[in-house]
Write a protein that binds this ligand. Structure first.
Ligand code: GSH
Length: 230
């Protein structure tokens, strides 16, 4: 099978929920990370310079057997199915989807403050996020996680739902978003446990060493953003 995932050179959840399952399952794929120039061309023309169609002029895009698929969720379902990390059962699949869509919603909550240029307004928005919106959502996620009697959101094995939350938490806790720090995640012990458990997975570790900013993946700890000791 000819597989290519196109996304920017970042470990962002939109790409990681598809890249990682393929990597974990040892499925070969082309990990394409366009440069700024390449992306400008694709944005303008709706396709990469090699002709690969970018259907919504946004990334990620999955190129599979000569066809392009856009939209994070659609791509993640395909890569999850290929890797055995997306359930066959429709109810279980729905449970996975609801978590990934919740991650998408949390991402959307963060977006307006990223576009805000007034530093005072931005700070106020981030305060609201830290004190209300994010903890509310994290509380819902933690309740769903703890209602499943296993270490995972759905069933007895890691799925793309767990990876989506792991990747989002790592991003939030890494400190790259001004005025939103690791503390907003720390009090949700179940989520931190899930995060650390995925971080310790040898294949995840290998992926991080291979593709993440090496300053953040130190040999003496597994954590990326959230210290293991919490
Ligand atoms: N609805 C899309 C949203 C994708 C999206 O927002 N992609 C951003 C990067 S995270 C993007 O391509 N930004 C560059 C641009 O629009 O020029 C999805 O689910 O994949």
């Amino acid at each position: 099978m000819d597989l290519k995932i196109i996304y920017f050179d970042l470990p962002f959840w939109r790409a990681e929920i598809s890249r990682l399952p393929l990597f974990i399952a040892n499925i070969k794929f082309d990990d394409v990370r366009p440069s700024g120039d390449d992306w400008d061309y694709a944005k303008e023309n709706g396709k990469m310079k090699d002709g690969t169609i970018i259907p919504f002029r946004e990334l990620p895009v999955l190129h599979i057997n000569g066809q392009s698929i856009g939209q994070t969720m659609a791509i993640a379902r395909i890569c999850g199915k290929l890797s055995g990390m997306y359930p066959e059962d429709i109810v279980e699949a729905g449970k996975v989807d609801q978590i990934v869509v919740a991650v998408e919603n949390i991402n959307a909550l963060l977006s307006p403050s990223m576009k805000e240029s007034d530093p005072i307004k931005k700070k106020a928005m981030r305060k609201e996020l830290t004190s209300n919106e994010l903890p509310t959502y994290f509380g819902y996620l933690q309740d769903i996680l703890s209602s499943n009697n296993s270490d995972w959101f759905v069933g007895d094995n890691m799925t793309i739902a767990d990876l989506a939350v792991w990747s989002l938490l790592g991003w939030i806790a890494s400190g790259v978003i001004d005025d939103i720090s690791v503390e907003v995640v720390q009090r949700f012990e179940g989520l931190v446990k899930l995060y650390n458990q995925i971080n310790k997975n040898p294949r995840v570790r290998e992926w991080k060493i291979k593709t993440y900013d090496h300053d953040k993946v130190r040999d003496d700890e597994y954590s990326f953003g959230i210290p293991d000791s919490i």
